[in-house]
Design a protein around this ligand. Structure first.
Ligand SMILES: CC(C)(COP(=O)(O)OP(=O)(O)OC[C@H]1O[C@@H](n2cnc3c(N)ncnc32)[C@H](O)[C@@H]1OP(=O)(O)O)[C@@H](O)C(=O)NCCC(=O)NCCS
Length: 310
């Protein structure tokens, strides 16, 4: 049971600024630097197949949003991905445990059969909470980073004629190659054309940030980069991501993945990015050794936990 001063309810659009404030305050108090801009939050809430008024639950106390649980449905693989945050002044009062019950009801309503949660490896509180709720550890993911000034990258011309920047109208090719490259990969929910259109038009991305490798007009691989440099950050904070890198199964083992990765990194460097980051499943041996060979180093580790829903 939680204190009656707390009210748990569905998210409403007028909670928007309160959610921004909650993230900012938690970032300061937890010293994580966690913060979310209004633009990023509004893009997050506007994702296809996600309904904030039904998939996001908040805890209100004295007119302030002090906690939430977010349930992202990825029903193509029967899962719901959870994200929970409680303001430090309101922790250890049973709020996450209570919010989890709301998430459970929502996931059951959606017909999902598993919950997944990703947490930092050193997050003791979350580990203990998940253990108590009956979750089990399933996967370790690695966050890697590379100082681009230290990487030897070929000139962009080196990548033609195999590679070109994604052109408007080629989103179907990107959808197809992404789904082919990641089919059956743990945690990959196949994308629709609508998902891809949405993602490629977000504020950290444009068509030019996706490099496609093609053969006889058919996409055989791609490197999708993202970067948000609008705030003219100081050089060491000019970060970009290798968001996705994939090669169709038939074309693997021929150096196309390496070529695409180098093309993506050269593209990020040409935009003024200083540090390239990416996340990889520690069990993806081929991807890990490719990134290591280019000079990427592990910067942090996260763990995925799961719980089956009966
Ligand atoms: C993890 C988090 C959501 C827990 O929220 P909470 O409302 O404090 O959790 P509850 O009060 O429901 O606690 C449930 C259990 O979690 C564990 N737990 C919570 N805080 C803990 C801490 N500081 N140290 C160790 N275990 C802790 C305990 O097992 C606790 O049960 P107990 O109080 O009977 O010992 C909160 O600390 C938080 O917002 N952290 C930052 C965001 C985050 O890590 N999100 C990932 C969530 S999976």
């Amino acid at each position: 049971m939680i204190d009656s001063a707390y009210a748990i309810r569905n998210y409403r659009p007028d909670d928007f600024n309160n959610l921004i404030r909650l993230n900012l305050e938690v970032g300061k108090l937890d010293l994580t630097g966690r913060c979310i801009s209004p633009q990023v939050l509004s893009e997050y809430l506007g994702r296809p197949n996600y309904l904030p008024e039904q998939d996001l639950f908040i805890v209100e106390e004295a007119g302030k949003v002090i906690a939430y649980i977010d349930t992202t449905p990825e029903l193509g693989i029967g899962r719901v991905v959870l994200d929970c945050l409680v303001h430090p002044e309101h922790r250890r009062k049973g709020l996450a445990t209570e919010l989890y019950r709301y998430a459970m009801r929502r996931a059951t309503e959606l017909g999902a059969h598993v919950f997944h949660v990703n947490i930092a490896q050193d997050n003791v509180a979350a580990k203990s909470l998940l253990h108590k709720l009956g979750f089990r550890f399933v996967r370790r993911f690695l966050d890697l980073s590379l100082q681009l000034s230290e990487a030897r990258l070929p000139d962009v011309e080196h990548f033609t004629p195999l590679c070109h920047h994604l052109r408007p109208g080629e989103e179907d090719k990107l959808t197809m190659i992404q789904n082919r490259s990641f089919a059956g990969t743990w945690g990959f929910n196949p994308n629709t054309l609508q998902d891809i259109n949405y993602r490629v038009n977000l504020s950290d991305c444009s068509h030019r940030d996706v490099i496609l490798a093609s053969r006889k007009g058919k996409a055989i691989g791609y490197c999708w980069t993202t970067a948000n440099l609008a705030d003219a950050a100081p050089p060491h904070l000019r970060k970009g991501r290798i968001y996705m890198l994939g090669v169709a199964p038939k074309y693997r083992g021929k150096g196309i993945g390496r070529l695409l990765l180098l093309a993506g990194l050269s593209h990020l460097k040409s935009k003024g990015v200083e540090v390239a980051e990416l996340t990889v499943d520690s069990q993806s041996g081929a991807a890990c050794s490719l990134y290591e060979s280019v000079g990427f180093k592990v910067s942090s580790t996260t763990c995925w936990y799961e719980k089956a829903l009966n």
